[in-house]
Design a protein around this ligand. Structure first.
Ligand SMILES: Nc1nc2c(c(=O)[nH]1)N[C@H]1C(S)=C(S)[C@@H](COP(=O)(O)O)O[C@H]1N2
Ligand SMILES: [Mo]
Length: 344
């Protein structure tokens, strides 16, 4: 599934950032998959399919038994002496090693505590400096947009990383639908506040001291870039609660904490909005939080990262961290003239 419009910096219809599916899956599986998706219609992916059909579809996609697929063809033309081959992180790693402090601070807490999380009914509001405020319900999230798959690297500020096949739609597309006012300078995002469902919001210790609801923000130029993605699915299936169901932001060039989960509000504004990790520890977590191997966290190096799911049971492969997590071609222009040491 290739991005359908705009964003055609790459060859043909394929945006230059994309980790192409035929580089992730063997050719035969890739072709089958494309035909099946075409036959069903793109919108059939994810939540609109009953569980069993999804499982069957996923078998056709190659099934969960397969070893992680090799991903080649990434743009490592930047000064990088390491010849890395990225691999899609196994599904059970992506869904069991999470940060979602609303459900607890340890990596397995979200999987353990979020399974009963209710996403229906859901309301996502797009409001503020827009022509037409929008309210999307759960069904709208999977039917109002042509869903596409994007394989993105995810780099947590804690120096671990994954390669994730998301399903969703572009944030810019949604913002264009609402019509952004020319007074807008920033976009603010907010996670659901529901202490009955989210134990970390009831218990300060369990919630890691964050002041809830979890909030995040982007400049308007960042938000309108081609990369920001609203994910509603993962590995061709509905997004699991621990990964931010029913809809979460994905910003592949920024540290993972910017990729806010279970979003209920997107507010276009003319002020830089507060962000949760910056409020908690401003000297450690900035507003921008762009992945940058040259600017260390005050307590650890950001020069390399642990690739989750690789390197065997007790160790993980360490790989060098790339500037903007390897997405400089798409986003470096946004920061021209900005001192990235100061605006971390
Ligand atoms: N609402 C909310 N969003 C969140 C977080 C959180 O604790 N609460 N954790 C962030 C962090 S630190 C990371 S690394 C990613 C992890 O996403 P994943 O669990 O899907 O890998 O989610 C981000 N989004
Ligand atoms: Mo993170």
């Amino acid at each position: 599934m290739v991005s359908k419009k705009g964003f055609t910096k790459g060859v043909g219809n394929t945006p230059s950032w994309s980790l192409k599916e035929n580089e992730v899956t063997p050719e035969s599986v890739f072709s089958d998959r494309r035909n099946i998706i075409k036959a069903l219609g793109l919108g059939a992916l994810g939540a609109s399919l009953p569980g069993q059909v999804q499982a069957g579809l996923f078998d056709l996609f190659g099934g969960e038994e397969k070893p992680p697929f090799a991903v080649q063809g990434l743009d490592y033309s930047k000064p990088n002496q390491f010849q890395i081959v990225d691999r899609l992180t196994p599904e059970d790693k992506i869904t069991r090693h999470n940060n979602f402090y609303e459900f607890g601070t340890s990596k397995q807490d979200p999987f353990d505590n979020a399974q009963q999380f209710q996403v229906n009914p859901w309301e996502l509001r797009i409001e503020g400096l827009v022509d037409k405020p929008l309210t999307l319900d759960l069904n709208d999230l999977t039917t109002k947009f042509d869903l596409e798959e994007r394989i993105y690297r995810l780099r947590c500020v804690e120096a671990w990383s994954m390669v994730v096949p998301w399903v969703g739609f572009s944030l810019a597309e949604l913002l264009k639908m609402a019509g952004v006012s020319n007074k807008a300078t920033h976009v603010a995002f907010e996670t659901l506040f529901d202490p009955d469902q989210m134990p970390g919001q009831r218990n300060r210790l369990m919630g890691g001291g964050i002041h809830y609801p979890y909030v995040e923000g982007l400049t308007i130029a960042e938000a309108m870039n081609e990369l920001p993605f609203l994910a509603v699915g993962l590995y061709g299936k509905t997004l699991p609660p621990q990964n931010g169901a029913p809809v979460r932001l994905v910003l592949p060039w920024k540290y993972g904490f910017k990729s806010i989960k279970s979003v209920v509000k997107i507010r276009v504004t003319d002020k830089q909005p507060p962000t949760s990790w910056n409020q908690l520890a401003p000297h450690e977590y900035g507003f921008y939080a762009n992945v940058n191997p040259q600017v260390d966290h005050p307590r650890w190096s950001q020069a390399s990262e642990r690739s989750i799911g690789e390197g065997g049971l007790f160790s993980a492969k360490r790989i060098p961290t790339q500037m903007f997590n390897g997405y400089g071609e798409q986003v470096a222009d946004l920061y021209k003239g900005l001192d990235l040491r100061k605006f971390y």
